[in-house]
Design a protein around this ligand. Structure first.
Ligand code: CU
Length: 194
C-alpha cells in the first residue's frame, strides 16, 4: 500500500507485457499492459492463480545501486520507533500521538538519516512529505522512492538519507490512513520555521 516506484526499462518486441499489482494475501489484482501500437492485447483474468504472499523486504534485499546514491555520510540521525497494536487500536511514532509530538529537527543542507525500528506486528508504509529517500551507500533501499515500507517485527534498522533542502514543516506519517488517524504522524521541521 502507498508504494510508488519510478522504473525505466527497455522492452524487446511489441509486447504485450502485462504489469500486475496484486493485493497482499489475495488473488485480486490490477495493472496495465505495455504494448506497441497495434500489438494484439488479449483479455486478462481479473484474479491471479494464487494468493499473493505477505509483502516483505526480499525485493529490497536484492536491489543494489550501480553507483552510490548518497554522496556522503549523514550529518544527523533520527531514530523513530514505530509501535501500536490492534487493541487498543492506536499507532504511534516514538511513543507519541499527533498532534502531541516532538518534531524531528533538521537543518537546511543536512543529509539526514532516519532509522526506523518497527516494534509492532504490522507493516507501515512511512511517508515523508517534501523529500525523497535516496537510500544509502549500502544495499538497503538503494532506490529513490518517496515511501519506505517497514515490516512487522523488523529488528533491523534501515537508514535512509533524505537530503534536507526544503525548509518548512513536513508531515512524516504512516500511509495506512487508518493508522495515521489514530496519531501515527510526526513532523520534520527546519529551525527557521517557527
Ligand atoms: Cu501504519
Amino acid at each position: 500500500m502507498a508504494q510508488r516506484l519510478d522504473v525505466l526499462m527497455d522492452l524487446p518486441g511489441n509486447g504485450p507485457y502485462p504489469i500486475f499489482a496484486q493485493v497482499e494475501g489475495k488473488r485480486a489484482r490490477t495493472g496495465i499492459v505495455l504494448a506497441a501500437s497495434g500489438a494484439p492485447v488479449s483479455r486478462l483474468a481479473a484474479e491471479a492463480g494464487e494468493n499473493a504472499p505477505p509483502v516483505d523486504l526480499s525485493l529490497e534485499r536484492r536491489l543494489e545501486a550501480v553507483t552510490p546514491l548518497a554522496p556522503r555520510s549523514p550529518d544527523v540521525t533520527h531514530r523513530v520507533i514505530l509501535a501500536g497494536a490492534m487493541a487498543p487500536y492506536t499507532w504511534s511514532l516514538n511513543g507519541e500521538y499527533w498532534p502531541n509530538v516532538t518534531p524531528l529537527m533538521i537543518d537546511h543542507g543536512q543529509r539526514v538519516a532516519i532509522e526506523m525500528v518497527n516494534h509492532s506486528m504490522m507493516a507501515h508504509p512511512m511517508h515523508l512529505h517534501g523529500h525523497a529517500f535516496p537510500g544509502g551507500r549500502d544495499k538497503w533501499c538503494p532506490i529513490r522512492r518517496c515511501r519506505a515500507r517497514y515490516c512487522p517485527g523488523a529488528a533491523h534498522e534501515q537508514p535512509h538519507h533524505p537530503l534536507s533542502r526544503h525548509p518548512g514543516r513536513w508531515a512524516f506519517h504512516c500511509h495506512n490512513l487508518y493508522h495515521m488517524m489514530t496519531g501515527m504522524v510526526t513532523e520534520v521541521r527546519y529551525p527557521e520555521i517557527i
